[in-house]
Design a protein around this ligand. Sequence first.
Ligand SMILES: NC(=O)c1ccc[n+]([C@@H]2O[C@H](COP(=O)([O-])OP(=O)(O)OC[C@H]3O[C@@H](n4cnc5c(N)ncnc54)[C@H](O)[C@@H]3O)[C@@H](O)[C@H]2O)c1
Length: 155
Amino acid sequence: MGTLELSRTVRGSTVLITGAASGMGRAAAAVFAADGANVAVTDWNAEGAAEVAEAIVRSGGHARAWWLDVADAGAIERVVADVAQAFRGLDIVINNAGVAQFLALDDPSYDAQWVRVLDILLTAPQRVVRAALPHLRRSRAGRVINIASTEALAA
Ligand SMILES: NC(=O)c1ccc[n+]([C@@H]2O[C@H](COP(=O)([O-])OP(=O)(O)OC[C@H]3O[C@@H](n4cnc5c(N)ncnc54)[C@H](O)[C@@H]3O)[C@@H](O)[C@H]2O)c1
């Protein structure tokens, strides 16, 4: 990553946001687009991601939607590469995709859900960062933003 550059704008930067079809990811997409960033709106909800990107484009911003299930390591590699190619670089990644899963300890699917939730919440962020690393290093001001929960502190 380049030398720290303090700037008040993300104009012209490219940001990839996971889980951007709703909630905080969607809100972040709108804020970054309003400030002139190219926004890669990614989510496993392809329809929702497309709607967010279309709304940004309709309001004059730059955005494109990608289907991305962050539990799919191959898809992370493909989408990050595709985003960097489409926008000629990648400057910021926001690991926002997340799920809240509540199950009884004796639920037969508990073990499978445990693995899937760890994939989404714990494994995916480092995979996204490692896939993006070559592009972030080329960026003048690469940034990684990881969204977590205060529940982590409680645990
Ligand atoms: N809202 C809260 O109170 C709260 C509290 C603590 C942490 N968080 C975390 O903040 C982040 C955003 O939360 P939110 O409240 O905006 O939730 P949200 O449910 O509105 O948004 C999460 C988005 O992630 C997407 N997503 C889920 N699994 C995915 C996957 N495997 N691949 C790609 N996309 C996936 C969903 O489709 C959805 O669009 C999450 O990581 C969540 O765990 C939220």
